[in-house]
Ligand binder design. Structure first.
Ligand code: SAH
Ligand code: SF4
Ligand code: F3S
Length: 474
């Protein structure tokens, strides 16, 4: 049963005590920790908290598994492919463990939260010392301490298999090590109540719950004051932000405006936006908020009404197209991206043609396309799925070709124009050594001095490909 559970200050203080214990236990020499992340931005955000905890426990960060004393793998369950990659990589840590018997291997995240995977990690991956779920990130020090305390008594009893079936956790004030000094994730809510029939996320991330506006605004102010130039608000469906908050309630468009009003030179983005809950109020807020990027990720998933219904998406293609038209009316320069699933159970060639058709109508700037992957425990996994994988692959390749052609055409239209970009890193390649992003999130490669990283600049686009733009600083 779902009950909102706000972690209180006493519970957090207890975690600080575990951090101290760990710090003392590893004080004899420098210890290193590595966090390996799979999946979506929500997981990247959780990994920043794990890094924050590990730093507070006295570990130094490393990206080198051979050097690490703790390896935490933050996993994803959204498609089978993601899970297989994780299992392969976790399996290969057996060698690292042989080299360093002291190594502590932790597996967390959405994959670990599923009962069947948790059991598999416990029974078939003996090198894993700790299994924990996304609801337990706030108590990571306590779990890690249990492992350390029992260390040296390996075998069945010394392992900690958590990932308890819990729900509703909202934790504020956790430590965090931001991955970047330029761009930041800001998680505004967790979980999902939509239960799209193909999707595992509601089962592993639990029911939707929003952080309080005051906590979010305080964090946004902190990021702006620290000089962050790009803030992305995160939630599985940001459009239903605020549900269940009671007196504190604020809806997403108002939250967007409030964050945009915070002083500072930054861009504001968000993801993901469920089409059923995207409203005119949202588009107006985007258009009128000075800092809000005119970029919208609006996953359509499919162009066929019959399949949309079977997916439990609560909109049809006409309603979706109407929203796209409205959003573009408010923001003629809107950069629009989407997710599409090919080969949902029962999808026919005719349904697939409808997907191609909606893609041609909307002309997305970029698309993330996936072949349907059955997830145990979801309704779609029980549906008849007669189309062979090879045929789905043919559809997928066709869709990708269309998506690439449209992206290429859209990118070509940037050439000759000048855009304000945020320089966000080095490409590691010459002659275009810097990477940057337009307000709409398009990637622009530039030539310039690395001291520009973290700054806005004007770039004239000189050439383009399907995936990127190339430009000169002006
Ligand atoms: N909450 C977000 C997306 C979360 S998952 C939203 O609603 O848009 C990211 C994407 O993965 C989804 O949009 C969907 O396109 C894809 N996806 C989810 N489950 C999948 C599955 N079982 N098989 C293939 N793709 C899937
Ligand atoms: Fe999954 Fe649908 Fe929720 Fe997105 S809205 S996380 S696709 S159930
Ligand atoms: Fe994967 Fe969990 Fe995100 S399943 S996509 S990491 S919410």
């Amino acid at each position: 049963m779902y009950t909102r559970r706000e972690i209180g200050p006493q519970e957090l203080e207890a975690q600080d005590v575990y951090c101290e214990k760990i710090k003392q236990a590893i004080a004899s020499r420098p210890h290193y920790a590595m966090v390996d992340t799979y999946g979506c931005q929500q997981n990247e955000s959780d990994s920043e908290i794990l890094r924050g905890w590990l730093a507070q426990c006295g570990y130094l960060p490393t990206d080198d598994p051979a050097r690490a004393d703790v390896i935490a793998v933050n996993t994803c369950a959204v498609r089978e492919h993601a899970e297989l990659r994780v299992l392969g990589n976790v399996g290969s840590l057996a060698h690292a463990r042989e080299r360093n018997p002291e190594l502590i291997v932790c597996v967390g995240g959405c994959m670990a939260q599923q009962e069947r995977m948790k059991n598999r990690l416990r029974d078939s991956f003996r090198m894993v010392d700790l299994v924990f779920g996304p609801h337990e990130v706030w108590q990571f020090p306590e779990l890690l301490w249990q492992v350390i305390e029992r260390h040296g008594r390996r075998g069945n009893k010394s392992r900690v298999i958590a990932a308890a079936p819990s729900d509703g956790v909202v934790a504020e004030g956790l430590p965090r090590r931001w991955d970047s000094e330029v761009k930041a994730w800001l998680s505004i809510m967790n979980g999902c109540d939509n239960f799209c029939t193909y999707c595992i996320v509601p089962y592993v991330r639990g029911r939707e719950r929003s952080r309080r506006p005051a906590d979010i605004l305080a964090e946004a102010r902190e990021l702006a004051a620290a000089g962050y130039k790009d803030i992305t608000l995160l939630g599985q469906n940001v459009n239903s932000y605020g549900k269940g908050l009671g007196e504190d309630k604020m809806d997403f468009p108002d939250l967007l405006r409030a964050i945009s009003d915070i002083p500072g030179d930054f861009r504001l983005r968000f993801m993901t936006s469920h089409p059923k809950d995207a409203t005119e109020k949202l588009f107006r807020a985007m258009a009128e908020s000075e800092k809000c990027a005119h970029q919208l990720h609006l996953p359509v998933q499919c162009g066929s009404d019959r399949i949309l219904k079977a997916m439990n998406r609560h909109y049809d293609r006409a309603a979706y197209l109407e929203k796209v038209a409205m959003a573009r009316e408010y923001m003629p320069d809107l950069v629009l991206t989407t997710d599409i699933i090919v080969g949902f159970p029962g999808e026919t060639e005719a349904d697939f043609r409808e997907t191609l058709d909606i893609v041609e109508q909307v002309r997305y700037d970029a698309m993330f396309t996936f072949i349907y992957s059955p997830r145990a425990g979801t309704p779609a996994a029980e549906m008849d799925d007669p189309v062979p994988r090879a045929e789905k692959q043919v559809w997928f390749d066709q869709l990708l070709a269309v998506a690439n052609r449209i992206s290429e055409e859209k990118h070509a239209a940037y050439v000759g124009r000048t855009f304000r970009v945020l320089v966000d890193g080095e490409t590691g390649a010459e002659p275009y050594n810097l990477s940057s992003r337009t307000a709409g999130g398009r990637l622009v490669h530039l030539r310039g001095d690395p001291s520009l990283i973290g700054r806005f600049a004007d770039a004239k686009i000189t050439s383009s490909t399907t995936w990127a733009l190339y430009g000169e600083l002006v």
